[in-house]
Design a binder for this molecule. Structure first.
Ligand code: PA5
Length: 432
């Protein structure tokens, strides 16, 4: 069992003469990415990061995580967008969405700085009120309002609880290696810090300290994550188009987009992949939604959403294609018990729940295909640290290639600035 993509529900796409141009575009995009001749090339240093990450960097992250595990029952991750979504996706993918509720010897993890809701912030404040805690504030720019504001509040609480000196030992900053307010502050106050490496934007940064520290704090084996990412880097660097699933996926997405399929539904039958799906939305939407175009990504959790959005997918506007995320083996399983005679479910007796889930996956994919929604299934051995690293690298590279095929810069996000301008006016922010 290994990483694979089943394209059969997209039809015989690879043998169509009109597909040839997408193969050429994907190869050109790959060349542009690897040679650094594409748009936004200065932000493509994530590309060979799995090969370049030094053992010392991983050791420093692990040591910091051990220290946090020893001294805290709670870890507050402050960040937004790429400085938040990746880490959360990783933790829930590998440790499960109920991580906080499990009996464990690692701290609970709470998220803040990704909204401005007082209720949301107060609920985290409640959760840490009787637990020793650490803060990891993650912001590449150091100037994003939401995390800055959360840091002000949680930093203040921390000083109140542990004093200035004690607080300085419990605040970890992940930011630009040299510039920005957070970098200055970490130097001034003596906070432990990690770098968001130069040339790596937020949504491509989860395989750096941005995501690796929170993962390690929650007990994720980050060496395995990086081993998966490294294998993916090698697999998709060298392989010819016919064997290169990353190039093929990028080409197919664009082929479908040019034929009116402007919505990509990422779907999973594993609820633990929900937060990973949120990261995928962020990665693709911020990278591709530009110049009045781009594929709109959504995430659906099946079977739950088969009984809501499923109706629309089957019978609604035909502007979608679907990308299913499928771990071949669950982490655990359940055998259906024998039923009493006449039990309506006795035909399932003795079956594994995972087999029944698989049949739901195969059936919905077939039904959606019949309903005019082409779909592909991205499968991987299981939802563990290795597969997480592999999949993450796969999607980062596929997203960059897709953006190049689409003709946009997949590494900037100018549109995100628009609401900030209005907010500055509303809040009467003084000019700087
Ligand atoms: O992908 C991106 O670059 C963005 O989503 C950023 O991560 C997000 O806006 C947060 O920015 P910063 O890390 O500078 O606070």
């Amino acid at each position: 069992m290994s990483f694979n993509i089943d394209f059969k529900n997209c039809g015989d796409i690879f043998s169509l003469p009109e597909f040839d141009i997408y193969k050429i575009r994907a190869l050109d995009a790959h060349e542009a990415l690897v040679s650094g001749s594409g748009t936004g090339a200065d932000m493509t240093l994530w590309h060979d990061l799995p090969e370049r990450t030094a053992d010392e960097e991983l050791s420093a992250i692990k040591e910091c995580a051990r220290n946090i595990q020893k001294n805290a029952g709670a870890f507050v991750l402050i960040g937004i967008g790429g400085s938040y979504a990746g880490a959360r996706g990783a933790i829930e993918f590998i440790k499960g969405r109920n991580y906080n509720l499990k009996t464990k010897d690692t701290p609970m993890v709470f998220y803040s700085g990704c909204d401005l809701s007082p209720d949301s912030m107060n609920s985290v404040i409640d959760m840490i009120s009787e637990r020793d805690f650490y803060i990891n504030v993650v912001s590449k720019s150091g100037t994003t309002l939401e995390p800055d504001l959360a840091f002000k509040i949680f930093g203040g609480l921390m000083e109140k609880r542990y004093g200035k000196r004690g607080a300085a030992e419990r605040i970890i900053v992940t930011t630009d290696p040299e510039k920005g307010l957070l970098r200055e502050l970490s130097k001034k106050c003596g906070y432990k810090s990690f770098d968001v490496p130069r040339g790596v934007g937020g949504r491509y940064s989860v395989l750096t300290a941005v995501g690796l520290l929170p993962m390690a704090v929650c007990g994720v084996d980050i060496d395995e994550v990086m081993r998966g990412a490294r294998d993916a880097y090698r697999d998709f660097m060298e392989a010819e188009f016919s064997d290169n699933l990353c190039l093929k996926y990028a080409a197919v997405r664009n082929y479908l987009y040019d034929r009116g399929k402007c919505v990509e539904i990422f779907a999973s039958f594993e609820p633990d992949l929900h937060a990973f799906g949120e990261w995928l939305k962020q990665l693709f939407a911020e990278s591709e939604g530009k110049k009045g175009g781009g594929i709109f990504p959504v995430f659906t959790a099946f079977s739950t959403d088969l009984h809501s959005i499923g109706q629309y997918i089957q019978d609604g506007t035909k502007n979608q294609f679907e990308t299913l995320l499928w771990p071949e083996s669950p982490r655990t399983d359940i055998t259906m018990p024998e039923g009493a005679p006449g039990d309506a479910l006795s035909y399932l007796s003795g079956m594994k729940l995972s087999e029944i889930n698989r049949s739901a996956m195969i059936s919905s994919a077939a039904a959606h295909r019949d309903g005019g929604v082409p779909n592909l299934t991205v499968s991987f051995p299981r939802a563990d640290a290795y597969s997480y690293g592999y999949l993450t690298y796969f999607f980062e590279k596929a997203c960059a290639l897709s953006g190049y095929i689409l003709g946009v810069n997949p590494f900037d996000q100018p549109g995100v600035e628009a609401y900030k301008g209005y907010m500055r006016k509303l809040l009467k922010k003084p000019a700087q």
